[in-house]
Ligand binder design. Structure first.
Ligand SMILES: C[S@@+](CC[C@H](N)C(=O)[O-])C[C@H]1O[C@@H](n2cnc3c(N)ncnc32)[C@H](O)[C@@H]1O
Length: 389
């Protein structure tokens, strides 16, 4: 089978998590850039990456890399690439997104139109045709310029991978599914341990954790742009891999997942989303103020995304909320806590120094992932998520 260079963009700050996911799927990493991991794989790799990666945003086939600091160089660079190997003569092809960072060419609409013209020129020569009706499948291209190096890619995904399909309803400031998945991977949480989100909103952390526990591949319930293509990816692969992934699901797995929020409407949303995701029976949602947070078991994990301030509340209220979270955490014997926030005074208000802290971009917002690991549990495990000593 033909091999491609495949490039997967991700949130800035979680490249190492995505790299491990790709490595665990069995592929060789070729390059890691800020917000992007690249690897080599065939058509099967494109299908597996789309269906199985929890932390990537899209699966892009690299059509070419070259340098361009003028529009003529950009046109010539694209026209020299084998576009016809990717786009069928009746295909609808366009540059769906252009990004330019620290490059001489930065006018995005012009970049898009020059690249489209270069692609048409290439297609005319390759197919010996003057007119392309573009009535067939979609071939959306994405182009990134960084320090004048052009990365020209074909998007196989379409609707981004963070849209797993289960979150029909969202709360006020939801975390993206891909970021939630990456943050879970950054903790030592394991499906047989307790996870509790006291500010659960639409339930993203818990739904992602429940799907992980049940062995559900993140993208196995949705569709991708490249499913319609009839030449690059054999059609039978989709069904074969989906059947393989379905056979690995254990929806009756025992879990210890708790989602609380002060807002009853939000808890309602979380329950609906969990039902959509097929994991409502694996999560216990409840309306509860963080001030009333308690748990009888030891060695659990708090993983949470409290209100940030700039989005939801005034600074004083936010400070008070983090102070209350700190007090609640003090009452939880031997627990670990992981908090993603952009609130600068979070640790001061919680009243603890984090053992680790990681800078992560949640969209355009710079956030920190504060880590307060608790003691490791003893070996003997009770089967209900707790531990005997
Ligand atoms: C940033 S949102 C969480 C978003 C969530 N991670 C998601 O993906 O949807 C913060 C949540 O904290 C909740 N909240 C605010 N004050 C609270 C309190 N005192 N106790 C519990 N929840 C509270 C809000 O209702 C809101 O849903």
């Amino acid at each position: 089978m033909e091999t491609f260079e495949i490039s997967v963009p991700c949130h800035f700050g979680i490249e190492a998590v995505l790299k491990k996911e790709i490595y665990d799927l069995g592929y060789e990493i070729t390059r890691v850039d800020d917000g992007r991991v690249s690897f080599v794989g065939d058509a099967e790799a494109v299908v597996r990456a789309n269906m199985c990666l929890g932390t990537g945003e899209r699966v892009l086939i690299v059509v070419g890399r070259f340098f361009a600091s003028t529009f003529t160089e950009l046109f010539d660079g694209v026209a020299a690439l084998p576009i016809e190997n990717y786009v069928r003569p009746d295909g609808r092809f366009w540059v769906t997104k252009a990004t330019s960072v620290k490059s001489k060419l930065f006018a995005v609409p012009t970049i898009q139109s020059v690249v489209k013209k270069a692609m048409v020129e290439r297609m005319k020569k390759a197919y010996q045709k003057e007119v392309f009706k573009e009535e067939g499948c979609d071939y959306p291209f994405r182009i990134f310029l960084y320090k004048d190096e052009v990365l020209f890619t074909l998007d196989t995904t379409g609707v981004p991978l963070h849209k797993r399909g289960y979150r029909t309803w969202t709360s006020k400031a939801p975390l993206s599914e891909t970021l939630a998945s990456a943050l879970i991977d950054l903790t030592p949480w394991h499906p047989d341990r307790i996870m509790l989100d006291p500010f659960c909103g639409s339930g993203t952390f818990l739904i992602e954790a429940a799907r992980m526990a049940a062995g559900m591949a993140p993208g196995m319930d949705r569709h991708f742009t490249c499913e319609a293509w009839d030449h690059l990816i054999p059609k039978n692969l989709w069904q074969e891999i989906k059947e393989e992934l379905l056979s690995q699901v254990n929806a009756d797995v025992e879990t210890h997942l708790y989602g609380y929020d002060i807002d009853p409407g939000v808890i309602d949303i979380a329950r609906k989303n969990a039902k959509n995701a097929g994991v409502d029976h694996l999560i216990h949602f409840q309306v509860r103020d963080v001030a009333d947070l308690s748990h009888s078991k030891k060695y659990g994990f708090i993983l949470t995304n409290p209100p940030y301030g700039e989005r939801l509340l005034e600074t004083d209220e936010v400070y008070e909320l983090y102070r209350t979270l700190g007090e609640a955490y003090n009452r939880l014997d031997s627990w670990s806590m992981y908090v993603i926030t952009s609130f600068e005074q979070a640790c001061e208000a919680i009243g603890r120094k984090p053992a680790k802290n990681r800078k992560i971009y949640n969209g355009m917002i710079k956030t920190y992932f504060y880590q307060f690991p608790g003691p490791k549990p003893p070996k003997r495990r009770q089967g209900d998520g707790s531990f005997s000593e």
